[in-house]
Design a protein around this ligand. Structure first.
Ligand code: ADP
Ligand code: MG
Length: 619
């Protein structure tokens, strides 16, 4: 047989290798920012267009490159940072693999302008698919500007896999935040198109955290400090948290952001009993240790590392965090906010309680015989259901779409004369409603025509809220204006997410007003309570920043879905009979009553014929 092994052409090898280092615009951002830091820049400016798909440019005032170095920098395994394998164990720089620029040049069009201290002229270099297209001398200040244009222009398949601009932008903000946190002494600026999103002047860590995440965090920061021979631990943890996702968790080891589940576990266990179930601790922890005790070179993106003394570090970290939490008197949470979803019946959800009233009969004398002792009455507030909460049962299932017409209750039972026990002399007998049974606090069981329905109430309610929100958005429905607008102190990343969500939130009834750095919420959709607003908005922004689950739905559906999930009743919640009716009625007024917004079945139906069959009863 003939030989079949061939060496891959350079450009193919480069593209394959680039796949490991540059997966998305954010990975290029990370590499370029790190190169600027390694070049000892004190100011680094990042400019992105179309979430990095069109342009990522990093401008630094670092040491720059000579004309030859500028060319060589784009060769694979070209680095100024290590010379021999030994150097790997005394790394002081971010880079060392010499493959970032080669990878970037393999998947985009690159333009470099660079000059060193004292140079009269700098160098301008253009590359395409790793080939230098042009090189010339140019006027330039000390430092380097690298522009990476049209990422994956030559690999359409990879370009297709990129997520929406808002998702890719969030990845970029995440990388930018990590690098900026690891280097508070460097001035970082981020421009998204022409808008300045971040401008972080050189400062100390606490201030840097506040510049990035908003000044409100200040009161929650608890310092952590512990020094041992093996490791120096410093930074902050947050004394309370409501975050359900891991967005504010940072380990920075020797000025490099890393991900480490084991260390995360150490911090988590230090927080044991101090956070509510499912809530994530927030931390910004810096570890400094001898580079020879860690191995960074286990992953091309250098975000995972191996420690020589893993267990000792685990124990030290856990103790350090515990110690700080104890010193700063962080107590377990007292749960004042028992979820209203758990104990507030459905029909009360949008209601303000009425004050109890009483009336006094001034002529009442307790010593007079025969007077009824009932003149002083205290009315406890009666639940006031919305009008349609107690509908005539005939109209219970009206508005049902045509395919659901089966579910209209049978007219036969609606005329008293045909009621089984109807008496001739009681023509005004009230109509009988189809019974709804809240079975095992789990399901609503009802019947229509010749079918038995077993309904999942939480999913049904999600569907109802979901459609109401989308209708509201479409028709610009009723909103409630807040007497006292709610003020928010958003971090720049949250503000960016809010901007992206505004075109969806505004027609739903969330009206915001921005005055300099403060954002105020002026009104809400009618089906939301003011007390829920903060939590729901924070949740939406966090969801947006970390990418709504990629279900292929358009953004407004994802927002409505998330809101519906947050605002609807929970499974197992006690429902009053009127609430059960309202829910069933509203469900069958929906355009798609069969599936919850996330596609789960809402009810099960059992035709009477099947029961007949099972019981061998003749129909
Ligand atoms: P690495 O960072 O692993 O060395 P890169 O491919 O990222 O590999 O960069 C290759 C080389 O190019 C670096 O070692 C450095 O000498 C030079 N270089 C890259 N970016 C810059 C910059 N912004 N300023 C000065 N030199 C740079
Ligand atoms: Mg590098």
């Amino acid at each position: 047989m003939s030989d079949i092994i061939r060496l891959l052409p350079d450009h193919v090898a480069n593209q394959i290798a680039a796949g490991e280092v540059i997966q998305r615009p954010a990975s290029a951002v990370k590499e370029l920012l790190e190169n600027a830091i390694d070049a000892k820049a004190s100011q680094i400016k990042l400019i992105v267009k179309d979430a990095g798909k069109t342009l990522i440019q990093v401008i630094d005032n670092g040491i720059g490159m000579s004309p030859t170095d500028a060319r060589l920098a784009f060769e694979r395994h070209a680095t100024s940072k290590i010379r021999e394998a030994e150097d790997l164990f005394s790394l002081q720089t971010k880079g060392f693999r010499g493959e970032a620029l080669a990878s970037i040049a393999a998947v985009s069009q690159v333009e470099v302008i660079t000059a060193q201290e004292g140079d009269e002229l700098g160098t301008e270099l253009n590359l395409q698919a790793n080939q230098v297209v042009s090189q010339q001398a140019c006027v330039a200040v000390k430092g380097t500007s690298i522009s990476m244009k049209n990422l994956f222009y030559n690999i359409p398949a990879r370009r297709k896999f990129l997520k929406s601009d808002s998702v890719e932008m969030r990845y970029i903000i995440d990388e930018f935040t990590r690098v900026a946190l690891a280097h508070p002494d460097i001035h970082f600026i981020l421009y998204n198109k022409d808008t300045e999103m971040f401008n972080l002047p050189p400062t100390h860590l606490r201030q840097r955290i506040l510049h990035i995440f908003g000044a409100k965090m200040d009161e929650r920061l608890v310092p952590v400090k512990e020094e041992t021979e093996l490791v120096k631990i410093s930074g902050f943890v947050c004394r309370s948290s409501t975050k359900k996702h891991k967005s504010h968790q940072f380990f920075i080891i020797n000025h490099r952001f890393i991900k480490d589940r084991y260390l995360h576990h150490a911090v988590n266990s230090a927080f044991e009993g101090l956070l509510k179930e499912g809530v994530q601790p927030e931390y910004f922890l810096f570890l400094e240790m001898n580079p020879k005790d860690i191995d960074i070179n286990i992953h091309p993106t250098k975000t995972e590392i191996k420690f020589e003394n893993e267990q000792v570090i685990y124990a030290l970290l856990r103790t350090a965090v515990k110690h700080s939490l104890g010193q700063f008197n962080v107590m377990p949470p007292i749960d004042f906010s028992i979820s209203e979803r758990l104990d507030l019946p459905y029909a009360y959800k949008d209601k303000t309680p009425k004050m109890p009233t009483f009336s006094v009969d001034p002529t009442f004398n307790p010593f007079k015989q025969g007077q009824e002792n009932q003149k002083v009455r205290v009315h406890s507030p009666q639940p006031s259901y919305p009008k349609k909460a107690a509908p005539q049962w005939e109209s219970l299932y009206t508005g049902v779409p045509s395919k659901m017409n089966d579910f209209e209750p049978t007219q036969a039972l609606s005329t008293p004369a045909e009621l089984p026990f109807a008496q001739e002399d009681s023509p005004n007998l009230p109509p009988v409603k189809p019974t709804i049974l809240h079975w095992a606090k789990k399901y609503l069981v009802t019947h229509v025509k010749d079918r038995l329905l077993v309904i999942h109430p939480a999913r049904a309610h999600q569907r109802v809220v979901y459609e109401k929100l989308l209708n509201q958005q479409r028709l610009h429905g009723a909103t409630q204006q807040l007497l006292f607008p709610l003020e928010f102190d958003f971090s720049p990343a949250e503000a960016a997410s809010l901007q992206a969500l505004l075109p969806i939130l505004e027609p739903m009834g969330f009206i915001f007003e921005t005055q300099q750095a403060t954002v105020r919420l002026l009104s809400l959709p009618a089906l939301l309570k003011e007390s829920q607003a903060r939590e729901v908005i924070a949740d939406l922004l966090a969801q947006h920043m970390h990418g709504f689950p990629s279900t292929g739905d358009e953004l407004s559906k994802q927002v409505a879905k998330r809101l519906a999930y947050r605002l609807s009743i929970v499974q197992g919640q006690v429902l009053l009979p009127q609430e059960q009716e309202l829910l069933v009625c509203e469900l069958f007024s929906c355009s798609d009553p069969e599936r919850s917004p996330s596609g789960k079945k809402i009810y099960y139906e059992l035709p009477i014929k099947e029961i007949d069959l099972l019981l061998s009863v003749k129909a």
